[in-house]
Ligand binder design. Sequence first.
Ligand SMILES: *Cc1c(COP(=O)(O)O)cnc(C)c1O
Length: 382
Amino acid sequence: MLAQRLSGLHPYVPGEQPTDRDYIKLNANENPYPPHESVGQAVQRAAAEQLPRLGLYPDPDVDSLRAEIAAMLNATGGCLGNTRVDGTACTPDERNRLPFTVTPDMIYCGNGSDEVLSFVFYTFFDGDRPLVQPEFSYSFYPVYCGFYHIPMQSVPLLPDWHLDTEAMLRAANETDSSIILANPNAPTGIALSRDEVRQMLKRAPADRVFVVDEAYCDFAAESCLPLLAEFKNLVIVRTFSKSLSFAGMRLGYIVAAPELVRAVFTVKNSVNHFPVDFITKTAAEASCRAAWYYAQNARRIISERDDFAAFLRGRGWFVIDSSTNFVFARKDGRSGDEIYQAAKHAGILIRLFRTPGIENFVRISIGTHEQMAALKKVLEVL
Ligand SMILES: *Cc1c(COP(=O)(O)O)cnc(C)c1O
């Protein structure tokens, strides 16, 4: 009874979300801080005062939300951790000031960036040539390649875990292919500088879309948003899940040239006109207006991250320099599974990838100061 195509599907496996015990969750890169109270109030108001609207279809283009996201990006430069906050006003730091104004027609919104990425794959990548991607990156990319029958070319990382940008460019130019990369990368946590991405874009096929997934950029030093002024083939994918404490509500978006955004709308309107419902739209708009609060949280997470990395290194761990809200680390003499089990036994979930090559690393999301103190206690005696 099942369609044949189903036998070729290999679904993505997210970090576990168990319900058997109240774990400290440091396994899915969720934000440990709750959404700002104004987000809850906006949702309550929407349900109480605008109840009839919940019975009607929402705005299929979410125009007001796209305007709020554009305003947030213009005010923060896409790098919350470095945004200057004065009261509730945000301004980008020097390095992230945009050389142009982001406009709503440059933005597409969907039901989490996983869905947005799926539409990006459908819109821009054909089955007639491989999509170039780093060997260890977001594991949804290979899943979508399988789903849409797009061949992949995985390029191994350098021995120091950085992306091999030269090898990726060689591969892309050989087959006139698109490149997708997460920057900062996951699960390694390493960021390319904006200038390194610029150099890649200059040498990559200009007639193919180049995708930069900025899921963790708010915890990094630089966003690639300014490059949109130079490169019409650049598609930036971002999410509210991590830096905006929104993983339970689902909102992801694209920033790109309006022609490319329009193409993604065409795909969306061939699948589901309304991936962003009225409640989510309301909550997301309130979140954009509270960017100052999330900027402060991003800064706290960055400082906790750097402190935790120093703690691990002080105890002999190998820790990759992180530009994200997690660290990727291993300890000689301990298997990834031993570390994972020890934490789980103490009621703390961290992420273990059983993928050969990274099987002894664990990926630890940065939680609150108290959560990290609890984890440190466990790791101290490991
Ligand atoms: C978490 C993550 C996403 C997906 O985020 P959602 O918006 O929650 O679907 C996309 N890309 C990368 C690299 C991520 O780590």
